[in-house]
Design a protein. Structure first.
Length: 501
């Protein structure tokens, strides 16, 4: 099975100078020579370098202490998550799955070979604790395609120890700069190898998109950002990274909202089928996400109760209920991400962006076109909120408030797409609508929590367990919904003020 390591490192170049003596610099008490390693790494990518274009690297490396397959995703400058798998001849299936959203059906082929002679030193503090690993690398790069160009260079790499303080690298860098070293111009060895073995323009670099001018430009910029989020979060969702499912689900909602709100900009005969597939993906994502939120809320609510009010094996029942549903949802979601249907959806989004189905309004100046679309969403939201507030408390009002919540999301996302063109007033509207959406979300969560508590209580009763605590929690959820309904008119007032957008 693959394991993950957070890698925080900095790379340096110098004009002939090697690694200076770092004893006594910052917290470094001892510099321990760990010998020399011979590393041989082959980097895999598609023929058009889709992984490199995303600053993702996939390599098979021998030599050193961590021989095997390494897949690296960028997190921040100088920070990457490295996912490892045992050495094998072919790309491990678990790593191939993590790059599927980027490579689709394109084969992963050897592109670059890097052979490095690495002199390793460990930087230790006064207690002998490892602070960082410093290495001097002599690198030979060979392009495995085209005319098989070669490149050579020397670099120094400082990698922070696990759980180390990144500020240590800042303090260390002052000494390195004084010794004549300067940060590398390339983010990774692979990036430098591609730069130095590609004649002319670096094929990984694409022309910067021009600033949005028309209404269509603004909508497409928003669509592109959400498409990128779907692709980038795919590996995190597969790895069950916290909030990744939520982030991907929000991206699907934003895309659907943009397609619906801007039907005067993009041809709905193209966007409607894509919207239907986005709805499918959102449902697959929601099966697990809703369960996670509900389980976390019920656990917190239970923890907030005085121990004397917790009767029966409620914690065990809640844990079992949550674990079983979570595992089933994970399997269902992984199957969805592995499906041809999901890849076809990503391909359809790419096709739309490559050849936008613009309607006449999409070629016009943005202010009037985008304002009209946002106003339409606001009008619909206003109708739904007014209707909900006119209803007496009960299931019918709960349903009406849920519909208003969905409309609030749609209004907010439509306004997000328009905000770069329409300015501060739209940004203020986004904040007001978000506050309403959050409140309505709390109300809906209370409805779902009551349904779950009722189900759990019935199971507990059938097993002969005490159900007092379930009823207590149910009552608290009722109060939670009542508070949300009382607060709604006050939060709604700023939205009404901004309807004159």
């Amino acid at each position: 099975m693959a394991d993950t390591k957070r890698e925080i490192e900095r790379k340096y170049e110098s004009e002939g100078a090697g690694l200076p003596d770092l004893t006594g610099v910052a917290e470094v008490a001892t510099v321990l020579d760990r010998g020399t390693a011979e590393l041989d790494a082959t980097y895999y990518d598609t023929a058009d370098l889709r992984l490199a274009a995303s600053s993702v690297t996939l390599r098979r490396r021998t030599g050193g202490s961590d021989a095997g397959w390494h897949l690296k995703f960028p997190v921040a400058p100088g920070v990457r998550d490295e996912i490892r798998a045992p050495l094998s001849d072919d790309v491990p299936a678990e790593l191939a799955a993590l790059v599927r959203s980027r490579v689709r059906h394109a084969p992963l082929l050897p592109q670059v070979r890097l052979r490095s002679r690495r002199d390793v030193r460990h930087l230790l503090d006064a207690d002998g604790r490892l602070l960082a690993e410093a290495s001097e690398d002599t690198v030979h790069a060979e392009r495995l395609t085209g005319d098989h160009r070669h490149a050579h260079w020397n670099e120094i790499e400082i990698e922070l120890a696990d759980d180390g303080d990144p500020a240590f690298l800042d303090r260390l860098e002052k000494r390195l700069r004084k010794a004549g070293l300067h940060p590398s111009g390339s983010a990774s060895k692979l990036a430098r190898a591609l730069e130095e073995t590609t004649p002319g323009k670096d094929p990984r670099r694409h022309a910067e998109p021009r600033p949005p001018v028309t209404a269509g430009d603004h909508v497409l910029a928003y669509v592109r950002a959400q498409r990128n989020t779907l692709v980038e979060l795919d590996p995190a969702v597969r790895r069950d990274v916290e909030d990744s499912v939520h982030g991907m689900r929000v991206a699907t909602r934003r895309l659907r909202a943009a397609f619906r709100a801007y039907r005067k900009v993009l041809d709905r005969t193209v966007t409607d089928p894509i919207g239907a597939e986005l709805k499918w993906l959102a449902e697959e994502l929601g099966a697990g996400r809703d369960q996670e939120v509900l389980a976390a809320h019920l656990t917190t609510a239970l923890d907030d109760l005085p121990p004397a009010l917790v009767t029966g094996p409620l914690r065990d029942r809640l844990h079992t209920w949550s674990a079983v549903r979570h595992e089933a949802a994970r399997r269902r979601l992984t199957d969805a991400l592995d499906s041809e249907r999901h890849l076809a959806l990503l391909d359809a989004l790419d096709t739309l962006l490559a050849d936008p189905p613009l309607r006449p309004a999409g070629t016009r100046a943005p202010k009037k076109v985008l304002t009209k679309a946002v106003r339409k969403e606001l009008t619909r939201l206003t109708t739904l909120v007014d209707h909900a507030l006119d209803l007496p408390p009960g299931p019918e009002r709960d349903l009406a408030l849920h519909e208003a919540r969905k409309a609030a999301k749609r209004t907010r996302y439509a306004a997000e797409a328009a905000a770069p063109a329409l300015g501060k007033r739209t940004e203020r509207l986004i904040g007001s609508v978000k506050a309403v959406q959050t409140l309505l979300g709390d109300h809906h969560d209370s409805v779902m929590a009551r349904a779950a508590l009722h189900d759990l209580a019935e199971r507990a009763r059938a097993a002969g367990e005490d159900t007092f605590t379930y009823g207590l929690l149910y009552g608290r959820e009722e109060r939670r919904a009542e508070r949300a309904e009382r607060e709604l008119p006050g939060l709604w007032a700023p939205v009404v003020r901004d309807t004159a957008l």
